[in-house]
Design a protein around this ligand. Structure first.
Ligand code: FE
Ligand code: FE
Ligand code: ZN
Length: 305
């Protein structure tokens, strides 16, 4: 069975219950949330009643509860110097975030490894290891998934050797996994036409069973551009057939595939009306046939409703 969903919202009023309803409206059987805005670290307390209702609804509707994903905000950065305010804040925030995941029954927390500003890559990587060792020293059933990055600016974790370095040096390996992102792979110089070989290499270096999530995005950039700009499924430089092969790759059959593609209308000048593409992208992925008129179809659907 294809395990597919998208990024959905988590509002302070409806929390996980709202997220589940949104995922269901897209025909998804999994989803990914941020526990607040992706750009900041303001978080409201988890509401137990809403969580209970969300779990009930997931059980009834066939959402794969054990495979839903949380994503940490972009601005935490464990690569900062150990002891600096930014590093210590990131450790403290992520420690709390793991606890929030546990309260929500979420078992996977995706994290961007970080950015090594004004230091060597190696220093940055060692800072990340040190931070992870503190955060993962807990009794929660929550795994942190390091995301493979595009390599924008000073990002660490944009190649297999850096991801392997982090994995090899972290103390609690049983609580650390990985999340691949097709756009990031492309932008960091990996050709998605050889995704299967990449998986073989990953298996040799770290182990396939450590890949717990795949972000499925097309890219607005050429291979190796190190830019990280997502495009809608089949509309970018990776293309429909290559993305479909990745989504249906047998080696990662049992992990959730999550869309983080842009809303339709985001490229418009006024940006007044933007619509989520996920219901239609999921349908297209299930049908395995590219629809060049998908964006028009989405606009029409939401304009009417
Ligand atoms: Fe991410
Ligand atoms: Fe991603
Ligand atoms: Zn990205």
């Amino acid at each position: 069975m294809l395990i597919i969903g998208s990024h959905v919202s988590f509002s302070s009023n409806n929390q996980l219950l709202g997220s589940v309803k949104e995922a269901l409206s897209y025909g998804a059987n999994t989803f990914m949330i941020y526990t607040g805005a992706p750009q900041n670290t303001l978080r409201s307390p988890i509401n137990e009643e809403l969580t209970k209702e969300a779990i009930e609804l997931m059980k009834e509707s066939g959402i794969l509860m054990d495979l839903i994903i949380c994503h940490a905000p972009y601005i935490v950065n464990l690569a900062n110097h150990v002891g600096s305010d930014k590093h210590e804040f990131s450790v403290q925030f992520l420690t709390e975030e793991v606890r929030r995941c546990s309260l929500l029954g979420i078992k996977y927390l995706v994290l961007h490894p970080g950015s090594s500003v004004n230091m060597t890559k190696e220093e940055g990587l060692n800072n990340v290891v040190s931070g992870l060792n503190k955060i993962l020293d807990n009794n929660y059933d929550v795994m942190i998934l390091l995301e493979s990055m595009a390599g924008k600016g000073n990002e660490v974790g944009s190649n297999l050797s850096e991801l392997k370095y982090l994995y090899d040096n972290v103390k609690y390996q049983n609580k650390l996994g990985f999340c691949l992102d097709t756009c990031h792979l492309n932008d960091s110089g990996h050709d998605i036409t050889s995704f299967d070989q990449y998986l073989d290499l990953f298996d040799q270096e770290i182990g396939l069973d450590k890949i717990k999530c795949l972000h499925v995005n097309d890219s607005k950039n050429e291979i190796g551009d190190r830019k990280d700009r997502h495009d809608n499924f089949g509309f970018g430089t990776i293309g429909f057939d290559n993305l479909i092969s990745a989504v249906y790759n047998e080696k990662i059959k049992n992990i959730p595939k999550i869309l983080e593609t842009p809303y339709i209308g985001e490229d418009d000048e006024d940006k007044l009306r933007i619509y989520p593409p996920y219901k239609f992208e999921i349908e297209m992925i299930k049908e395995k046939e590219f629809d060049p008129n998908l964006k028009e179809k989405i606009r029409n659907y939401y304009r009417k409703s």
